[in-house]
Design a protein around this ligand. Structure first.
Ligand code: ADA
Length: 551
């Protein structure tokens, strides 16, 4: 996927053409040129379009061609020269489609995109954010040899003698014959050569080595030191393929009620951030990602939560490079029991969770995995879904803790099942209670539910304000003054509570919501941002900056 540094020296990997032709397949009928990546909601006639569209372009290539999509929102069917090559569900994870033995020349690439809600879509439902349509993340066209590095994972390990890196590469064959190759695994300047690795026809082989890495610096928020990791394949002395990435040396542990980052107690001062920017929707330009990180850090934040889905790897690259911890979570928000019981739910939830961890494993900034925000954890069926998802997370990555932001309601059944308990609370906004009383009440429920000995994160807390609406006398709801008064109590209470490991403010920026939510959401936006959808600061910006920097 397009990253912010080179990921290949050997493999030929180019961006797909930027201009595509979009044709709607439902009313209103429209054919026009558009930019990829983008969402069709920025086209005036399609501002509220929910339906299907065909995207079309031409690519010049041949041999083994791998087309990599960073994200298509939210159902995709890929066709090459009219024949179906692959399909994918979910806007927020990458996928590929591979054609082998293609004649060299110009080929027609089409992607049918579909945003209609339906029984077969359990994760994209009308929600308190907007489900956009389009090819929302970049597309790459790669030319592969008969074998390629499909995945490269590196795990930093801290021992009494210093740092090690466990490097694991998955090598994949596109050939009908047995292949043998040599593989070089490199991390932080250290290297291991593995000779004569056999890959079965159309099969995969996993190669793993543990490298001692002396003289490396740890990755810290204040000093985010990154190192290169690579897997390079050769056959008969000739280069075949390579995959490069970046990583950092750091540890994350849960000890009693604390989260330890590089063995020091972590206090989270974070924001919830939807990956969305003004008219560009969920195809947020990379420039806005840098700007968002600068704003969050300016306010004194050390962490961001990617509510409620995996983010663009370029945003994660920036967090790695600029020093912002990430709670990355798989896609789900507020799915009640009937949605969780849909046939599609668990396969889609587990697929998204698997793709997230596999694709983003190396980012040192990610310190915790999240899943299933505010789903039906108070039911036996729902609790079982949480447990299955936790089991998958644990199997995919034992090196990071996991959690889920749970809804503030009685009867939670999974407090004891995650490494960290996280809870979303809105005292003073949705109900009247002092913030401290609300946390104490929640703590009692968590203790009763078996999670009292774990760290507790307040994963959401906040209040709404319509940008520019002032009421200094009455501090009416939706005024910037009211938002400040509530946030002041919320942030102060959470950060001074002895049982809390930190806070993620809901939310960084205002986001568009689905029409179904319009009656509860002025402007059809969730207005709890401390900046609006164009990043214009509300009064709360200065308040958060004052509190995050002083508490
Ligand atoms: C929930 C949810 C968020 C948002 C928030 C709110 O906690 O997780 O997505 O909807 O409430 O604004 O009410």
């Amino acid at each position: 996927m397009p990253r912010l540094f080179p990921t290949h020296h050997i493999r030929k990997s180019d961006p797909a053409p930027a201009l595509w032709t979009l044709t709607t397949l439902d009313a209103p009928a429209l054919t026009m040129k558009t930019l990829v990546p983008s969402v069709w909601e920025m086209i005036p006639a399609l501002h509220n379009y929910r339906g299907r569209a065909m995207y079309e372009t031409e690519i010049t290539c041949g041999g083994n061609v791998r087309i990599c999509f960073g994200g298509v929102s939210f159902r995709a069917r890929v066709l090459l020269d009219g024949a179906e090559l692959g399909s994918h569900y979910n806007a927020f994870t990458a996928f590929d489609a591979i054609a082998t033995g293609l004649a060299y020349g110009v080929h027609k690439l089409q992607v049918e995109v579909d945003t209609r809600y339906g029984e077969d879509s359990a994760l994209h439902i009308p929600n308190d954010y907007y489900n956009y349509g389009g090819i929302n993340r970049p597309v790459l066209v790669e030319q592969l040899s008969d074998a390629y590095v499909k995945q490269l994972h590196v795990t930093p390990i801290h021992t009494d003698d210093g740092w090690q890196a466990r490097v694991e590469a998955i090598l994949c064959s596109l050939s009908d014959h047995d292949l043998v190759c040599d593989v070089r695994l490199e991390a932080a300047g250290m290297m291991a050569c593995v000779k004569d690795v056999a890959i079965a026809p159309r099969g995969e082989t996993v190669v793993t080595r543990l490298l001692d890495c002396p003289d490396v610096q740890p990755w810290e928020v204040e000093a985010p030191v990154l190192y290169d990791v690579a897997a390079v394949m050769e056959a008969a002395g000739e280069p075949v393929d390579d995959l490069l990435d970046r990583f950092g040396f750091r540890t994350v542990e849960v000890k009693g009620k604390d989260i330890l980052f590089n063995r020091k107690k972590l206090v989270i001062k974070g924001f919830n951030r939807h990956e969305e920017y003004g008219p560009f929707g969920c195809a947020a330009p990379v420039e806005s990602m840098v700007h968002d990180i600068l704003l969050m850090k300016d306010m004194g934040a050390n962490a961001v939560r990617t509510c409620h889905y995996p983010n663009d790897p370029r945003f994660l690259d920036l967090c790695d490079a600029m020093g912002l911890l990430v709670w990355e979570e798989s896609h789900a928000r507020g799915l009640e029991l009937p949605v969780m019981q849909r046939e599609a739910f668990m396969p889609q939830n587990l697929a998204c969770t698997r793709e997230m961890v596999q694709q983003h494993y190396n980012h040192p900034a990610i310190f915790i995995w999240g899943c299933l925000n505010e789903c039906a954890d108070d039911t036996d069926y729902g609790a079982d879904c949480y447990r299955q998802t936790y089991r998958l997370l644990d199997a995919l990555d034992a090196s990071r803790p996991m959690t889920a932001a749970l809804l503030d309601r009685p009867g939670g059944k999974v407090f004891g099942d995650s490494d960290v308990v996280s809870i979303n609370i809105y005292p003073r906004w949705y109900f009247e209670s002092s913030v401290t009383d609300c946390i104490d009440k929640k703590r009692r429920e968590i203790i009763a539910g078996g999670g009292g000995d774990k760290p507790l994160i307040i994963s959401e807390i906040g209040a709404g304000a319509v940008y520019g609406y002032h009421d200094p006398i009455g501090e009416g709801k939706w005024s910037e003054e009211r938002q400040c008064t509530i946030l002041r109590e919320q942030i102060t209470a959470v950060l001074s509570h002895p049982d809390c490991s930190g806070i993620f403010i809901w939310q960084f920026a205002d986001v568009r919501v689905d029409e179904e939510w319009a009656m509860k959401r002025p402007r059809t936006f969730n207005n709890k941002g401390v900046v609006n959808e164009y990043r214009q600061p509300k009064m709360a910006y200065a308040l958060v900056k004052e509190l995050f920097r002083s508490l």
